[in-house]
Design a protein. Structure first.
Lengths: 573, 284
């Protein structure tokens, strides 16, 4: 066994601003060369734990440490963040904000500049670090020209210098599209093997991280470590569901089929897993008749006809056509820059088509102002903090009515109805700043719904949310759709979301619509998946290995899953 | 991304661009001293010609620069007209007491050769100082600026403010646009045809609330990212963007010394020692 690099002993941490500790009784040893995943829902303390290793706690966030934490032999409460940064490299979640240089080369060099490394020595070091992550041809590029994935690579290169032995990745997948996320996981794995670094990954997206092997998983909940062991045993247990972590899709499928799983099996690798003991049950389940989900769909409310759009001379959308009918749940998917967000802006009238038409309830919308379109289509931004402008929840929800000069009576009625729909009525007089992220999201949705639009468009509604919050937000939206017939468009990278909560996916790639079909069809079409930077789900792999038709298998899974979710689980067999 | 600011983020490839940040900052400061110290057209004119040559050599995008040049020229013209209106006889004080009237409108309002000379020199001086700044701004990147300031002993934490500010201005502009768009769909009217100026100002204040909150989030992340990479650890710092001195930088160093000596001579003889004549006037 190699020497430990991180050693927590009876460790606890309490932020100065909080009454009770965020971490309790942490006993954890990470050895040199290990690759460890720290898993846990939001608020479980996993990021706090990472910040105790890299020194941000208590250097940047003041707090009280109990017990001991040694990193490379240094007791962290006595060491400075600078001393720690020589051993520990951290890649933060926000790949944009952490890019402090004005070019790729400068950002990679930032740590070296701060150590006063002479420029002559710095250049080859920057070059080498850039080469490791594959960014050596981009050294002169400015951050604004880079994709999220590229910025993340630069951030990684920036902490690879010198004697850094331990790399911490704080939610590395949060803002990446599925394919880029997969590449990121592969890159981390390659660095682990080729550079002999110790790796700590903080994530709640278990299935994506398991794309490459991890040595150990540490599961956290409410400030304590509740599991510390290998991935296979964790997957065989019921800990994931108990602590609100999303299980990999193939594990869900196997559980639905009633497969008894045990820690000895290679459950963490869908390609290596021996399926022979489960084959019979999986086949039987696949043949089971289940009621097909038929979405309640009304008349056509939005038609986009051959729309072309460009910013300056660069075309962003080319001949895009599709329709949306009342009561539908549609996902806009595709990689960043494929035109999804621009399409949303066009629908809201913020941008107008260069060519083609957008019809709302059969009429061309060119004569309508943004404000008027806002009464038909609502747009909910990804970050609720970018939308909230008032102090009190009720005022926030009221704003759109107020700006339209509605009467007090009309306003009160609409606000009351909307707040009740969104479950916010009891907290209508609360300050916006006092509620959780998920509730803020609800407030933003309510502030849009108050105008009773036909369609609401949500940009990445669950980005950065753990499974519990994800479920909470999505169930709420699903209910709005079921109970009130509200049409919802999701702009998303999340294939789980598209599978579980939408009826149809419009797939964008390079400004064109490359597919417009039910989600299970889209996700079993290799060409579409490649063009749109999507990723095969593990269901596809599972179906292939079992010799099933992937399309039919995914459809069956979706229907079964919906049945379980909406009606509760039917009796097995 | 479209660059709407004058600032270059990527170094260009002309003679002036290739100088080090240190040379650029020092040249700029010395030239400012050189302009400020005199009202002598014999000193100012050559510099104006040099800056025009410099501006042309930068192969800059004229469309971007034209607007600034026109505005600055117009403002300065207005400035000297106001000067003249305030005191038409100002030239006689500066040019040794003469008063050669060229044109007389009323008893108070007249144009003398001396005043015309003084105001022209003043105008050229203003334009030259603008041109020096313009060439400086167009030739330097914010990172080189930080490195250059550091080389003249400005603490590096202050230098970094320059480069960091330019790094995040476009991001904040993007946030601002996003917030604006979301408020517009909710009914905020920012179209000048449909809303009065006052109501537009009020509505823009609404945008500031979320903008400030998101910017604070970002500042937290930025400072963490900087701490984690050891910013502020040492007393000294080096700069990736500051390349080794080339031959041209060494030539500039020699020019700097000569210019500084000349400025010192000029300031002592012309500004500190008492003078009878305030500025050089060839027609006295």
């Amino acid at each position: 066994m190699s020497a430990p690099i991180v050693e927590f002993k009876n460790f606890g941490f309490r932020y100065k601003t909080q009454k009770s500790p965020t971490l309790y009784d942490i006993n954890l040893t990470i050895r040199k060369g290990e690759k460890v995943l720290i898993l846990g829902p939001s608020g479980s303390g996993k990021s706090t734990l990472a910040n105790c290793i890299n020194g941000l706690n208590p250097f940047s966030y003041d707090g009280v440490i109990t017990g001991s934490c040694k990193v490379a032999g240094m007791e962290t409460k006595d060491a400075s963040i600078f001393a720690l940064s020589k051993v520990v490299g951290t890649v933060l979640q926000d790949s944009d904000a952490q890019f402090v240089g004005l070019s790729v080369g400068e950002d990679i060099a930032f740590a070296l500049e701060n150590q006063s490394v002479p420029r002559k020595e710095m250049l080859p070091m920057v070059d080498q670090a850039a080469r490791i992550v594959g960014m050596e041809d981009f050294l002169m590029h400015v951050p604004y020209d880079l994709s999220g994935g590229q910025k993340q690579k630069v951030a990684l290169a920036g902490v690879l210098h010198g004697d850094v032995e331990l790399l911490i990745f704080d939610e590395p997948l949060a803002s990446l599209d599925p394919r880029t996320g997969m590449t990121a996981v592969e890159l981390i794995d390659r660095i682990h093997k080729e550079q002999n670094k110790t790796i700590v990954i903080i994530e709640h997206r278990l299935e994506d991280v398991l794309h490459r092997r991890v040595d150990r998983i540490v599961l956290m909940n409410e400030g304590r470590i509740v599991y510390d062991g290998d991935a296979d045993s964790l997957l065989a247990s019921d800990l994931l569901t108990r602590y609100g972590i999303r299980e990999p899709l193939y594990i869900m499928a196997m559980k639905y089929a009633g497969c008894g799983m045990s820690p000895g099996q290679k459950l963490s690798d869908i390609h290596q897993l021996d399926l022979s003991p489960f084959e019979e049950k999986l086949k039987k389940q696949h043949l089971m008749e289940i009621e097909k989900h038929v979405p309640k769909i009304g008349e056509e409310i939005l038609r986009v006809e051959d729309v072309t759009f460009a910013y300056g001379k660069t075309p962003v959308l080319k001949d895009v056509s599709f329709t949306i009918r009342k009561g539908e749940k549609v996902a806009f998917v595709g990689k960043n820059g494929a035109g999804k967000s621009t399409m949303a802006k066009l629908i809201c009238g913020i941008e107008r088509p260069r060519q083609g038409r957008v019809l709302m309830n059969g009429a061309d919308y060119m004569s309508l102002s943004i404000k008027e379109i806002g009464e038909k289509v609502g747009y909910v931004m990804q970050n609720p903090n970018q939308m909230l402008v008032k102090d009190i929840i009720k005022d926030e929800v009221e704003l759109a009515m107020l700006l339209r000069g509605k009467s007090r009576k009309e306003m009160d009625e609409a606000v009351k109805k909307t707040l009740k729909m969104c479950g916010l009525w009891p907290m209508r007089n609360w300050p916006v700043s006092a509620v959780s992220y998920g509730q803020k999201k609800r407030v933003t949705i309510a502030s849009i719904l108050v105008l009773q639009p036909d369609i609401i468009i949500l940009d990445e509604p669950t980005a950065g949310q753990d499974f519990r919050h994800y479920t909470e937000i999505m169930e709420f939206l699903d209910e709005l759709n079921r109970e009130y017939g509200i049409t919802i468009v999701f702009i998303t990278h999340d294939m789980h979301l598209a599978i579980q909560y939408t009826d149809r996916a419009v797939v964008f790639a390079e400004g064109e619509v490359v597919a417009d079909d039910s989600v299970f069809k889209v996700l079993s079409d290799d060409e579409v998946i490649n063009r749109a930077n999507l990723k095969q789900t593990s269901l596809y792999t599972l179906a292939r290995r079992l010799g099933f038709e992937p399309e039919a298998y995914i459809e069956h899974f979706i229907n079964y899953e919906r049945m379980v979710r909406v009606h509760g689980k039917p009796a097995a067999d | 991304m479209e660059n709407r600011l004058l600032i270059n983020l990527v170094p260009g490839d002309t003679f002036l661009h290739r100088l080090t940040g240190k040379t650029k900052v020092r040249t700029f400061i010395i030239l400012l001293v050189y302009i400020i110290m005199s009202f002598d057209i014999r000193l100012i004119m050559p510099l104006l010609i040099l800056t025009i040559i410099g501006l042309v050599s930068l192969k800059t995008n004229w469309k971007r620069v034209k607007y600034f040049i026109i505005v600055i020229a117009a403002v300065n013209l207005l400035n000297i007209v106001l000067f003249w209106l305030a005191d038409p006889d100002i030239g006689s004080y500066w040019c040794g007491g003469g008063n050669t009237v060229l044109l007389s409108l009323t008893g108070r309002l007249f144009l003398s050769a001396e005043t015309l000379w003084y105001l022209s020199v003043r105008f050229i001086k203003m334009i030259t100082s603008f041109m020096v700044s313009l060439v400086f701004i167009l030739s330097i990147t914010p990172s080189e600026m930080a490195a250059g300031l550091y080389s003249i002993k400005v603490p590096y934490k202050i230098c970094t403010i320059f480069s960091i500010a330019f790094r995040y201005i476009p991001d904040i502009a993007r946030d601002f646009n996003n917030i604006k768009v979301s408020l517009q769909t909710r009914g905020v009217e920012l179209d000048p045809k449909k809303a009065s100026l006052m109501s537009r100002i009020k509505q823009n204040v609404l945008i500031l609330v979320p903008l400030i909150i998101t910017s604070f989030d970002r500042v937290g992340n930025i400072s963490n990212a900087m701490d984690l990479r050891g910013f502020g650890r040492g007393k000294t710092r080096t700069y990736y963007s500051e390349h080794e001195e080339l031959k041209a930088d060494k030539v500039f160093k020699a020019i700097h010394i000569i210019l500084l000596l000349f400025c010192a001579y000029w300031i002592i003889t012309q500004n500190i020692m008492p003078q009878t004549i305030k500025m050089w006037y060839p027609f006295a």
